[in-house]
Design a protein around this ligand. Structure first.
Ligand SMILES: *Cc1c(COP(=O)(O)O)cnc(C)c1O
Length: 374
């Protein structure tokens, strides 16, 4: 996985940032060990305060994963059988499996071609008498253009849950994502822009009542010890992960700035390659490049060409959710979501991580260029 000078470029490097922080991470572990607070406790509370401040959100509840964050958000918002939630099929399945698990029905809509995120026009058309909410996904670190979605949501009385699992620190018109809808959901899976050393997640928001319900849901529906307001889940953030996250949070703005710099290098190096579509640099916000995703009809051949040169790539995502067996019961045939389906065949995630050097970007770009020269 380690970047080296032989020309190989990894897709992701999870060793270098942790090596740089090793002493501090080991002290964080020692702190947890010596306090014997393993689940919940002061480290979790401190992290929640710090992450809320980072997101410019009034409140934050730490949970055990991004998936739990979404599930608890939907349950807290009172999703009931028959309720419909509108979202995209061009995302990770956690966005939608949690809608079903909370009792709701998924209503898939297409993405917009320029942003690869939820198409606001498609949203309005999909709203019916049973629609209760919408889940914009800030995919790849790119903030969704929220104003139109919020407008449509307000007009129809829908709640908005932001899936910000790939967008820690991204800004929409100056505001951090996750602080704009009713609730924001984050993942701290290791490869995310802010990753724990295991599993972790958080729900951010302003409304105390909703956050209190999320707090109960993560702990078996308890409002206090021995008092269960409802059935809940075992979905707490581990104290040791909170301690690691506090250490890493201090570096998140710098890491995101590095990701943006890597994206700029890619743009310069690939500007004259007309055979690929580069990701849009949105005018209304700040992309934090969890992934740098290009598009080309020759995706599979280009991916093989890069693999032959020891350049790692990823596919996010190659089979849209409405075409997965898990959603066969929805009966959405091929052609239902044309932009989503085309994007799934064309998208290619190039190497992207904060420590990536200009030389590494140059090697990837040169290999891409060589492929299209033939
Ligand atoms: C990673 C991810 C999740 C789920 O987070 P986990 O911490 O892995 O449960 C949800 N939505 C999106 C868009 C993600 O990328």
């Amino acid at each position: 996985m380690r970047a080296d000078s032989t020309g190989a470029v990894p897709f992701l490097d999870l060793l270098t940032p942790h090596r740089a922080l090793e002493d501090r991470l080991v002290s964080a572990f020692r702190r947890a060990l010596r306090s014997a607070d393993f689940v919940g406790g002061p480290e979790v509370e401190a992290f929640e305060k710090e992450f809320a401040a980072f997101c410019q959100a009034p409140g934050c509840v730490g949970v055990n994963s991004g998936t739990d964050a979404l599930r608890f958000a939907f349950v807290a918002l009172g999703l009931r059988p028959g309720d419909e939630v509108v979202t995209v099929a061009h995302t990770f399945i956690a966005t939608t499996e949690t809608i079903s698990q909370a009792g709701g029905t998924i209503r898939f809509v297409d993405i917009a071609d320029d942003t690869m995120t939820l198409d606001p026009d498609a949203l309005e058309a999909a709203i019916g008498p049973h629609t209760v909410g919408v889940v914009p996904v800030h995919l790849y670190g790119q903030p969704v253009d929220l104003d139109r979605i919020l407008q449509v949501a307000a007009k129809h009385g829908l709640w908005v849950v932001e899936d910000a699992a790939q967008a820690h620190g991204a800004r929409y018109k100056g505001r951090r994502v996750g602080s704009i809808g009713e609730l924001g959901c984050f993942s701290f899976y290791p490869g995310k822009n802010l990753g724990s050393l295991g599993e972790g997640g958080a729900v951010t928001g302003a409304e105390r009542g909703l956050l209190d319900t999320v707090r109960q849901l993560r702990e078996h529906g308890q409002s206090r010890k021995y008092v269960h307001e409802r059935e809940g889940y075992n979905g707490r953030l581990h104290a040791i992960q909170a301690a690691f996250l506090r250490t890493k949070l201090e570096h998140l703005d710098a890491w995101n700035a590095n990701r943006r710099r890597v994206a700029q290098w890619y743009r310069q190096a690939l500007a004259d390659v007309t055979d690929i579509v580069l990701p849009q640099e949105v005018p209304y916000g700040e992309h934090v490049y969890h992934l740098f995703v290009v598009r080309t009809p020759d995706r599979d051949a280009l991916r093989q060409h890069l693999a032959d040169r020891a350049i790692g790539t990823g596919l996010h995502y190659p089979v849209p959710l409405h075409r997965q067996t898990a959603y066969a019961h929805l009966g959405l045939s091929e052609g239902t979501l044309p932009v989503t389906e085309r994007t799934a065949t064309q998208c290619l995630s190039l190497p992207m991580f904060p420590e990536m050097t200009e030389g590494q970007v140059g090697r990837v770009a040169e290999a891409v260029r060589q492929f299209f020269r033939g």
